[in-house]
Design a protein around this ligand. Structure first.
Ligand SMILES: *Cc1c(COP(=O)(O)O)cnc(C)c1O
Length: 225
């Protein structure tokens, strides 16, 4: 076994030892080499996230034969002129970064191009940090969620957020962001009578996210270095 494989395997078991059953581990492979993705796939990981459509598309082309069951997740800001390319990705599984109504409208308008169902998460800006995208009020996110009922291939499955980083006490503030997302999720579930998931937790705050009941953690940096 190569040193690199042994290293990635140790990273994986470290994280898995902290996960509750039922939590999905998505490995964020943006900027990381194809070989690392392949090794994680061979170790049993199926969910991978990217934040740029072009890079996601290229990686999916390179890996589609070798990793046929890989599930790709789009997690980054999405420009509307990239939607068609995103939709052409065979193993596209979910889009976590649906951050406003205008983007949702465009995604829905083009959804006939999809040849299979794709999960969508509405992104909520819980930290209210300027540089972060996402819905900022419950009224807006509820209206968007209601609109997804008309979709055929896009399946509204949950809400996503990023924890606060520009803060003195990021553990406390990340915890508050994750709790707020759970509250919004519960309100949507009650209002729409659906069961939803939360996508929350990155390298620096994933243990807090797991404690707050995350269904999907998105880990980049710590899985590779
Ligand atoms: C990059 C990124 C991650 C992973 O962040 P790390 O700190 O590298 O674990 C998770 N979610 C989103 C939306 C990202 O852009």
């Amino acid at each position: 076994m190569s040193d690199r494989r042994a290293f990635l395997e140790s990273k994986l078991s470290e994280v898995q030892s902290k996960m509750r059953p039922g939590v999905t581990l998505m490995i964020v492979s943006k900027t990381r080499p194809i070989d690392d993705i392949q090794m994680y796939y061979d170790l049993g990981v199926r969910d991978f996230g990217e934040n740029r459509v072009q890079e996601l598309f290229e990686k999916s082309e390179l890996l589609k034969k070798r990793c046929p069951d890989l599930r790709w997740h789009m997690i980054g800001n999405l420009q509307s002129n990239k939607i068609n390319q995103l939709y052409s990705i065979e193993n596209l599984f979910a889009i976590h970064s649906v951050c406003d109504q205008a983007l949702l409208d465009k995604l829905m308008k083009a959804e006939h191009r999809l040849s299979h169902p794709v999960e969508i998460y509405l992104q909520y800006n819980t930290s209210k940090e300027e540089e972060k995208s996402g819905f900022e009020t419950y009224t807006e996110i509820l209206a968007a969620a209601e609109g997804t009922r008309l979709a055929k291939n896009l399946r509204f499955v949950g809400v996503m957020t990023m924890g606060a980083i520009r803060t003195e006490n990021f553990e406390r503030d990340a915890g508050n962001c994750f709790q707020e997302l759970q509250v919004e999720k519960a309100k949507l579930e009650a209002e729409l009578n659906v069961k939803l998931k939360t996508s929350m937790g990155m390298s620096q705050d994933y243990e807090i996210a797991i404690r707050e009941g995350s269904d999907c953690i998105r880990l980049g940096t710590m899985m590779f270095v």
